[in-house]
Design a protein around this ligand. Structure first.
Ligand code: MG
Length: 385
């Protein structure tokens, strides 16, 4: 047996908002299409993949899917779903004896689901995954919004994909589709052609991403829970040093003493970001015994820490920094500091907060002998791979 997957991304749907067609929407650093293709590319029984796209996107297909471990070909679909399936089937190799047809808008099919469909297809010729209806079902008169009847729930199953067909059943499906263009899935055509179509357990997680809310939910699932880190830094303030925070120079006769430039804002934020990723701390990555970091600019270290996060698949979601400085007043400089931090990390200024405090004359910081900063960083997975 050799299994082929046809992934159908026929629509130009922009219901999700924005000008990117749904199948190319970003899902945690990969397109939805790439995530819908991936479980088939990873499945040991699948030997070839065919992706059907609207004609104007065929040339972008390989870029949007990215590298695959088995042959993946791209072709243009048609006006109806059936035309797209037929176009995909035309590229099937002779070796493919079982064909799985999958929606590009379902990025969460897993290996167990694909196994169930393949097994049932081999046994009966055609099989689809479906989930039992959980809500009470009403037939409603269109327009009047009036209940006509209540439908027994036990008989109702909600169809998903991938839908599986042996090659001979698929040939009948394609022949049937030529005259029945209203079919919304291939199983409908197999049923109409008189084939037995079995139902295997679907997966509630194998959702079809249709609306902007669906897309937000799908992203949240892929990104996983956020992680949080905290950071703290303090430097003595001494004569003859410049007071520079995130590249912004504050008017001051004193500045932080340190091996580097003593930028507490960047240093606290670096520790918060590294801490969130479980990636050590600033002293470990940029030791003050290493001459490379002598007088290193805070923003330079921040950029390097950000690169460490990205390499590990994390990206900053938000940060909040509190600077404790008796004088000068930091308020006039907060916006510039914030912009500089955001630009260095590659996020928007809205994702970064910087606040100023004094210590009310209490302790060394309050007497103006030191500057300190506290930072919190929230990171999420899904940095571009
Ligand atoms: Mg420091």
């Amino acid at each position: 047996m050799s299994v082929a997957a046809i992934v159908v991304a026929g629509g130009r749907g922009t219901r999700l908002g924005g000008d990117v067609p749904k199948q190319f929407a970003d899902l945690g650093g990969l397109t939805m299409l790439a995530r819908s293709v991936a479980p088939f590319d990873a499945h040991p029984a699948v030997g070839e993949i065919i992706v059907v796209l609207p004609e104007e996107f065929v040339a972008d297909g390989a870029t949007m899917v990215g590298p695959t471990s088995r042959p993946c070909r791209f072709t243009a679909g048609g006006a109806h779903r059936h035309d797209s399936v037929r176009a995909g089937a035309a590229l099937l190799s002779d070796a493919a004896t079982v064909v799985l047809i999958h929606d590009a808008a379902r990025p969460f099919a897993d290996a167990a689901l694909i196994d169930r469909v393949i097994d049932a297809t081999q046994a009966t010729g055609a099989a689809i995954p479906a989930t039992a209806a959980r809500e009470t079902l009403k037939r409603v008169r269109t327009g009047a919004r009036e209940i006509v009847e209540t439908i027994p729930r036990s008989e109702i199953w909600l169809a998903q994909t991938p839908q599986g067909f042996t090659r001979s059943v698929l040939n009948d499906v394609i022949a049937r589709g030529a005259s029945d263009r209203a079919a919304t899935d291939e199983a409908m055509l197999a049923e109409a052609a008189g084939h037995r179509v079995t139902v295997v357990d679907g997966d509630e997680r194998n959702v079809k991403v249709t609306t902007a809310d669906d897309l937000a939910d799908a992203r949240a699932r892929i990104l996983g829970p956020p992680r949080v880190g905290t950071g703290y830094d303090l430097h003595r303030l001494v004569d003859g040093r410049a007071l520079v925070l995130a590249g912004v120079r504050l008017p001051s006769t004193v500045g932080p003493l340190g091996h580097s430039d003593g930028d507490v804002v960047c240093h606290a934020l670096v520790d918060a970001m590294l801490g969130a990723a479980g990636a050590g701390d600033i002293g470990q990555h940029f030791p003050n015994t290493d001459p490379r970091w002598k007088d290193a600019a805070g923003l330079d270290l921040l950029g390097r820490a950000n690169a460490i996060l990205r390499e590990r698949g994390w990206t900053l979601s938000s940060a909040d920094v509190t600077v404790i400085l008796e004088r000068p007043k930091i308020a006039p400089h907060l916006a510039a500091i914030r912009e500089a931090l955001a630009a260095t990390i590659g996020v928007t200024a809205a994702q970064v907060s910087v606040k100023g405090k004094t210590n009310e004359g209490v302790d060394a910081t309050g007497r103006g002998e030191a500057i300190a900063a506290h930072a919190v960083a929230v990171i999420v997975s899904g940095g571009r791979r």
